[in-house]
Design a protein around this ligand. Sequence first.
Ligand code: DC
Length: 208
Amino acid sequence: MRFTVAIDGPAAAGKGTIARLVAAEFGFAHLDTGLLYRAVGRKALEIGRGVIDPVQAAKIAEALADTDINRDDLRTARVAQAASKVAVLPDVRAALLQFQRDFAQRNGGAILDGRDIGTVICPQAEVKLFVTASDQVRANRRLVELRVGAPELALETVARDLKQRDIRDASRDAAPMVAADDALVLDTTEMTIEAAVAAAITAVNKRL
Ligand code: DC
């Protein structure tokens, strides 16, 4: 069976958690596409010693391996910024496109979360969700996650980082972050994760 669920939205809105739990509920494979951009951004920073070279970034994206994606150091604020920067580059996006489309076509169903899944990667997805939340709630959620590895981190720093990424991700020319016309918008500002997951499960059940 082929069945694709596309989940888009800004950072720390809850799309990763929703994607994981919906995937577990239906036995779908799950791909966090942000990890692809994070892996490219991290490697580009390493090779460029802190400076991202666009040509090098595209080469890294073309040669991306499982070992790059499965590293445990991709969830830092520095790597997130690098990911957002390489994500602006059309050649980087083009190099990652087919992998994501193949994943979406897996037998047994697939769920992908990112920024352009419902608009560019899988415009034919059976279910599209756009998960969002207020800036403040998202910054607080991300702070809790990042404080595990960086106890001194300030809320203002996290909020500024998210804002910079949101603006870059939504205003770029190549596959900007935007809700697909046919996406169900879930604003999780005042929603429990259980309620958001239940809404996503209902949306999937309607199409199965
Ligand atoms: O989901 P995330 O925060 O891990 O994503 C990191 C960055 O990668 C994000 O700021 C923009 C980019 N990204 C993208 O452009 N398209 C995607 N489908 C997923 C992520």
